[in-house]
Design a protein around this ligand. Structure first.
Ligand code: ZN
Length: 160
């Protein structure tokens, strides 16, 4: 479907097995991504992680109320892992609100603790938007691991 292809043309996937897939399209004033779709002749803006969930669920999730939650704590991430990947030890990224409890339990068993991204999430809208813009710039010419890391750490004082 052309719309899905258009969506993924704005996504840069990290090369690593556990990496985020970052949205590189429009970013709103709230620091969240924006993706424009047309439904019943009307233009509609959706958040990219929610759209990614809908694609993973064959479109079903877009019309119901489904919150996209980030287990990876990176609001620009749109990666939805498959059940097979989860079984193979890939950490969850974007999950639907209803799945959260199960996912959290499984993720907690694998996750090490406070990541730089967790700190960034707590810093509010301004920081979120700055991080979003920095991440988009970091993958503009393909995934640049050092630049992505720097964007995730952005604004936080270094401790060493
Ligand atoms: Zn992610």
């Amino acid at each position: 479907m052309a719309e899905v292809a258009r969506f993924f043309s704005r996504v840069v996937a990290g090369p690593g097995r556990q990496d985020c897939w970052l949205w590189t399209g429009a970013i709103g004033d709230d620091g969240y991504g924006r993706f424009a779709i047309r439904r019943d002749g009307r233009l509609r803006m959706v958040r990219p992680p929610r759209y990614a969930l809908a694609v993973a669920a064959d479109g079903a999730a877009l019309d119901g109320y489904v919150r996209a939650l980030h287990e990876c704590d990176v609001p620009m991430c749109v990666r939805v892992i498959t059940a097979d990947e989860l079984r193979d030890g890939v950490r969850p990224h974007v999950v639907g609100g209803t799945q959260r409890e199960n996912m959290e339990r499984m993720a907690r068993a694998r996750r090490g603790g406070g990541s730089p991204a967790v700190i960034a999430r707590q810093a509010g809208v301004k920081a979120r938007r700055e991080q979003a813009l920095a991440l988009r710039a970091a993958v503009r010419s393909g995934w640049d691991g050092a630049a992505v890391e720097a964007a995730l750490l952005g604004g936080q004082p270094r401790l060493w």
